[in-house]
Design a protein around this ligand. Structure first.
Ligand SMILES: Nc1nc2c(ncn2[C@@H]2O[C@H](COP(=O)(O)OP(=O)(O)OP(=O)(O)O)[C@@H](O)[C@H]2O)c(=O)[nH]1
Length: 346
């Protein structure tokens, strides 16, 4: 079959320059590529397979296929094992395309004869390698039915371009996943796993707009562990860290899923309580205080009792959020001044 390489190359280049939504399954963002290549090469079926572990290429997972009528869930992706198809796996790991004119007799693909080729009437295969960092990462598999087919140089070159486009798309997906992970880390406190100050400021702005629209009240509880320095001084910083983790857990136990508990830093925390007036926030703060007080923390055979001072207030939706934060901070200061282990409002 004659392929006008300059024309199909341009089509592929245009396709791979388009903005992609890589947040979905592999099937979604590879499908346009493999459907286009199925048409161009006039084959029966095109599929994409990736090694589950690029350093130990023992298992190939079928992540996209032109034969799937609807989206295949990740748990149902078909797999191929190296132990069943050793010659095929060996051929892929060389990085050289497999142009099997007669798939049933070609030493690289004949292992599929009984289980697959005969039952699906597949006569010919062209497999091109997907690389990642220069190492084979998977394969795009083009399969033809009917008579055997001698693959032309231009067809192989085109199929290799399709595999390269897949490589690029997979790289974009990797970068997207990395970015998602970094965003998550940027908003999380590493010690307690709670959200951090940056997240609180971000979330507060969204919540303030939402509460202005809904006419509901938004409240704040600021929590500051009492005499935390003494815990560090008596038991060491590492024990102090475990106390902070246990404290976070006890606070979360008594909050609703929609409440947002953040660690501002050190032994200072804030809970943002949506759709809650000051009276409700006072009740929540008292619940938090009691739950912390009653749960003694056991670490290395030390039994450590922790108490907390809380400042409570309704967020003033008409003013900058930092003003409301300052006010609950003053309320905490009052609670400390009045003897600690108590809830104060402003
Ligand atoms: N272990 C541990 N300690 C921390 C961390 N961040 C801050 N601290 C310590 O927390 C202590 C806070 O002490 P202070 O601000 O004096 O407050 P406090 O001892 O709790 O006293 P009051 O707030 O007045 O009840 C300091 O010793 C900090 O070093 C942390 O991530 N881990």
């Amino acid at each position: 079959m004659f392929i006008d390489l300059s024309e199909v190359t341009q089509r592929l280049r245009r396709m791979s320059s388009q903005e992609l939504d890589v947040s979905g399954s592999y099937q979604n963002f590879l499908l346009d590529l493999i459907l286009e290549s199925k048409k161009t090469l006039a084959v029966e079926h095109v599929s994409v397979w990736l090694f589950d572990d690029i350093t130990v290429p023992k298992k190939l997972i079928n992540v996209a296929s032109t034969a799937w009528q609807e989206e295949c869930s990740e748990v149902d992706y078909p797999i191929l094992l190296c132990e069943q198809y050793p010659s095929y796996f060996k051929a892929i790991t060389t990085g050289i395309s497999i142009d099997a004119t007669d798939a049933a007799t070609d030493p690289r693909t004949c292992e599929f004869k009984e289980n697959y080729l005969d039952s699906n009437n597949i006569s010919t295969m062209l497999d091109t390698i997907i690389f990642k960092n220069g190492i084979p990462h998977g394969v795009v598999c083009f399969e033809g039915t009917g008579v055997t087919r001698h693959w032309q140089g231009s067809e192989i070159a085109y199929a290799e371009m399709v595999a390269d486009c897949c490589s690029r798309r997979l790289l974009v997906k990797d970068l997207w996943l990395l970015q998602k992970q970094l965003t998550k880390l940027a908003f999380r406190d590493a010690l307690t796993g709670l959200k951090n100050r940056r997240y609180l400021m971000d979330c507060a702005h969204r919540e303030i707009s939402r509460h202005i629209r809904s006419g509901q009240q938004l409240s704040l509880v600021m929590l500051d562990i009492d005499h935390f320095k003494r815990i560090n001084d008596s038991y060491g910083h590492e024990v102090g860290d475990v106390v902070l983790q246990a404290f976070s857990k006890y606070c979360q136990q008594v909050l609703r899923a929609e409440d947002c508990l953040c660690r501002l830093g050190g032994e200072e925390f804030v809970a943002l309580l949506p759709n809650t007036p000051a009276s409700g926030a006072l009740e929540v703060a008292e619940r938090l205080r009691l739950n912390v007080e009653k749960n003694t923390i056991e670490i290395d055979s030390h039994f450590i009792q922790v108490t907390v001072s809380c400042g409570v207030g309704e967020v003033n939706l008409a003013k900058p959020f930092s003003d409301s934060l300052k006010q609950v901070d003053h309320a905490v200061y009052d609670a400390k001044a009045k003897g600690r282990n108590r809830v104060t409002t402003y």
